[in-house]
Design a protein around this ligand. Structure first.
Ligand code: HAM
Length: 418
């Protein structure tokens, strides 16, 4: 086949049926989970003033390298959203809903990443945020919601990693400890990590480069530097997870790819996926972000799950497969008239899934198509049926074909089909 004139850009792809139906089904499962827990849906814009996203953190690749930004006709600096949390906080500051405000969302996000399987430039997230409460039970509830969602999809090989990043006030002492420690191991660190160290030592912990791993494994842990309050909140989350029998692994050096986190942070890793792209979701507290966006000192907590990667994990575990819907009825018409057109519409209006053949194909070709469609019943309108005002009802499996007068067709089909 000749190469098409245009193709979807690197890191983007067309999601066709039945994969698109499967994606929608996943979002529906998530919506159910979220609404059971009292979350209402928010549909924020896909682009914002770039300032909304630069608040995510100026030492993250997501902001420094991966934003899709441009100037609009009014000279505004705009960026496509790389995630939803900053937009949700901006919406909270703008609309001032009653706290604690619980919002869930689903939709695409955009990051100019190196495209590969499981890492796209346009990908989908589902997620949930709660703004306006310090209660660590909310952290636990959110983690439970995400874990419950994976379970409902049928995923079993997902590991939950949990950590605390303490409060902003705990940071300087810890950063000093990290600087000292990494300073002692500077020669062994990768060049990129040495650069990162100068900007934000915390992010060196997030280095996935193999030669950094050994050094990172021996780095000081934040838990030793956090306030009693933050430690108590973390203890409450850990106890809560145990109460709810949610398996987890404490990961004292887990830092996430965004700078806004405080206190609880967590990540879900699918063991069925390759390590570099195995994070199927993550989240945590971001107690200063609302204030950074010009709002009150209200805390927040939430998570986002990568839809594309979660579906790859489902493929790898052989669960939540795509369902290809089969039609209930197949209309076969060999007349020149409008019988097929009218009959098909009438049946669809009754709520049946109805398929038909087009382009005036032969009876034989249409019956073949009816067979292939998987419909249990074919409805045939030939010249004699059209003249007599009847339809032939042919079960595709067992049973005989019967001729039914047109007015009796729908009542009879109601008996025949569930
Ligand atoms: P994140 O870890 O950057 O967090 O993204 C969440 C999930 O989105 C990841 O675990 C991954 O599954 C998926 N994801 C991220 N980048 C890509 C990509 N390029 N291709 C495919 N999937 C991707 C956030 O976005 C935070 N807003 C989560 C949060 C909400 N924290 C608090 N509230």
């Amino acid at each position: 086949m000749a190469r098409p004139l245009f193709q979807a850009l690197p890191g983007t792809r067309d999601i066709l049926a039945p994969d698109s139906q499967r994606m929608r089904a996943l979002v529906e499962v998530f919506a159910e989970e979220a609404e059971l827990a009292g979350f209402g849906q928010i549909v924020p814009p896909m682009f914002e003033d770039i300032g909304v996203f630069t608040r995510i953190g100026d030492s993250t690749d997501i902001v420094t390298k991966e934003l899709y930004d441009f100037e609009d006709n009014g000279g505004r600096r705009i960026a496509l959203r790389p995630e939803f949390t900053a937009s949700v906080c901006r919406a909270y500051v703008q609309s001032r809903p009653v706290p604690p405000w619980k919002a869930w969302y689903a939709g695409p996000a955009f990051r100019q990443e190196k495209a590969q399987k499981g890492r796209y430039r346009q990908f989908d997230q589902v997620g949930a945020e709660v703004i306006g409460s310090h209660d660590p039970d909310l952290d636990t509830e959110l983690i439970a919601m995400a874990a419950g969602f994976y379970k409902r999809l049928g995923l079993t090989d997902v590991t939950l990693l949990v950590n605390t990043l303490g409060d902003k006030a705990d940071r300087p002492g810890y950063l000093d400890a990290l600087r000292t420690y990494f300073g002692e191991h500077l020669d062994a660190l990768s060049e990129q990590s040495r650069t990162t160290l100068a900007i934000n030592p915390l992010r060196v912990l997030d280095s996935k480069r193999p030669n950094d791993a050994e050094i990172v494994a021996g780095a000081p842990v934040l838990l030793d530097y956090i306030s009693d309050d933050a430690a108590k909140a973390y203890g409450r989350v850990i106890d809560g997870l145990s109460t709810l029998s949610i398996p987890f692994v404490e990961a004292p050096r887990l830092v996430r790819g965004l700078d806004y986190y405080t206190r609880t942070t967590f990540e879900f890793a699918s063991n069925a996926l390759e390590a570099a792209q195995n994070a199927v979701g993550g989240g945590g507290r971001y107690d200063g972000l609302v204030a950074d966006l010009g709002g009150p000192e209200d805390p927040g907590v939430g998570f986002a799950l990568g839809v594309d990667r979660t579906l790859l994990a489902c493929d790898a575990e052989g669960v939540f497969g795509a369902v290809v819907p089969t039609p209930d009825l197949f209309v076969v018409a060999t007349t020149e008239g409008t019988e097929a057109l009218a009959l098909t519409q009438e049946l669809r209006a009754e709520g049946w899934r109805v398929e038909r053949a087009y382009d005036g194909r032969s009876m034989k070709a249409q019956m073949k198509a009816a067979n292939k469609s998987g419909a249990p019943v074919a409805l045939i309108v030939g010249e004699s049926e059209a003249t007599d005002g009847t339809v032939s009802v042919r079960p595709m499996g067992e049973g005989d074909q019967v001729v039914v007068p047109r007015p009796e067709l729908i009542p009879q089909l109601k008996e025949l089909l569930p």
